[in-house]
Structures are given as structure tokens and as C-alpha cells.
Unconditional design. Structure first.
Ligand SMILES: [Zn+2]
Length: 201
């Protein structure tokens, strides 16, 4: 009963999660390999659906390099089966999209929502900039400490998505995200150190 584990502190510690990360990476690599045939450059899909605003925020190189897979249900890692506890809510989340490395998955029913593609592209840049282990550590750490919507990597993606949805001025999202991540990492090394004070960041 995962809720009992959650209430009584059955959550895996950050150290326990880090030990399990190779399992998560294997699962991610297998998932990407299983869908490789359906993955295509975001630029191609953007053209097909007539998206015009992604190009104002992402360079042609980024849109050509990052890949998208359209699926009925986005694949989420079976964390509890891997022995990683305390993320049940995340595991069961019926997400419209999810990003693994340079590829994101979107639910067929939401494929026309340009802002969803915008959001997942933010995550592809985060993955690219941080690399697997720091990304996972930051993501899982944020998720564990603050919950999904307030985890720092999600906050960054949602804030930018909001800007996009509200017809905000075009900006170079890639540069913006990389700068933000460098600042975050400078403030707080991703692994091995306790968060200083209670700063919300
Ligand atoms: Zn997200």
C-alpha cells in the first residue's frame, strides 16, 4: 500500500533513488529503442500540424534534432517495481507528454496543442544540458521535495509555457534554459549536498 509507505516515510531516500538510476536509464533506453521507428524530428511534425510559433522560440537546429513520438498513452517508468518508492502519484499521472533525453512523447488526443510541444521541448533542452544523471537527480529531488508541479525543472517548463500561451515575446528558449540551469547548479550542486536554508529558488 503505497499511501501507507508515503505517510509513514516509506519514500525512497535521495541516496536510494540514485542507486536505482541505472534501472531507470535502462528502461528509458529500451522505451526509446522500442519507439525509434515512430520517432521523427519535431520540425517535421510542426510542419504537418501547421505550428508557426515554435519556430519563434526554438532554432531550426533544435527542432530538427529533437524528436517526437505520438502515442495513445505516454510511457511512464514503473518506478515502484524498480524499488523506487514515493513517486506513485507521478507514476500514475495521465500526462499529456513526457520527455526522455532528446525525445518526447505526446498523447494523440493532445498532439495539436502547440504549447504542449513547447513545454516538452523545454525538457529536451534540460536533458541535453544536464545529462542523464544530473537531470534525474534534479528531477527526482525536486519531485520528492516539492511535488510534481513545484519541482524546479517543471516550474521552469511551466513558466515558459505560460509565457508562450499568453503570446509572450519570442525568445531563445534554449539559451534561456541553459543559463537558468547553470545558475541553479551554481547555487546548489545537484548531488551530494544538502539544500541550503529554505530558499524556494
Ligand atoms: Zn513537464
Amino acid at each position: 500500500m503505497s499511501w501507507i509507505r508515503n505517510i509513514f516515510g516509506g519514500k525512497s531516500s535521495p541516496q536510494e533513488v540514485l542507486v536505482k538510476l541505472p534501472l531507470v536509464e535502462s528502461w528509458i533506453d529500451k522505451t526509446l529503442a522500442d519507439h525509434a521507428a515512430q520517432a521523427r524530428p519535431v520540425s517535421e511534425l510542426a510542419k504537418e500540424y501547421g505550428f508557426t510559433r515554435l519556430q519563434e522560440f526554438y532554432s531550426p537546429e533544435t527542432l530538427a534534432r529533437m524528436k517526437v513520438v505520438v502515442v495513445d498513452k505516454v510511457p511512464m517508468p514503473p518506478l515502484s517495481k524498480m524499488g523506487i518508492h514515493g513517486f506513485r502519484e507521478f507514476e500514475r499521472m495521465k500526462a499529456g507528454g513526457v520527455t526522455y533525453k532528446d525525445t518526447y512523447f505526446v498523447k494523440k488526443s493532445e498532439v495539436t496543442r502547440e504549447s504542449l510541444h513547447f513545454h516538452e521541448l523545454v525538457h529536451t533542452i534540460q536533458w541535453d544540458h544536464l545529462g542523464f544523471r544530473p537531470f534525474m537527480a534534479a528531477y527526482a529531488g525536486g519531485l520528492g521535495e516539492k511535488g510534481y508541479e513545484n519541482s524546479p525543472l517543471e516550474t521552469m517548463a511551466y513558466d515558459l509555457e505560460k509565457h508562450f500561451e499568453e503570446n509572450g515575446k519570442p525568445l531563445n528558449v534554449e539559451d534561456f534554459v541553459r543559463t537558468q540551469l547553470d545558475m541553479m547548479q551554481a547555487q546548489q550542486p545537484v548531488e551530494g549536498k544538502k539544500r541550503a536554508g529554505g530558499s524556494r529558488g
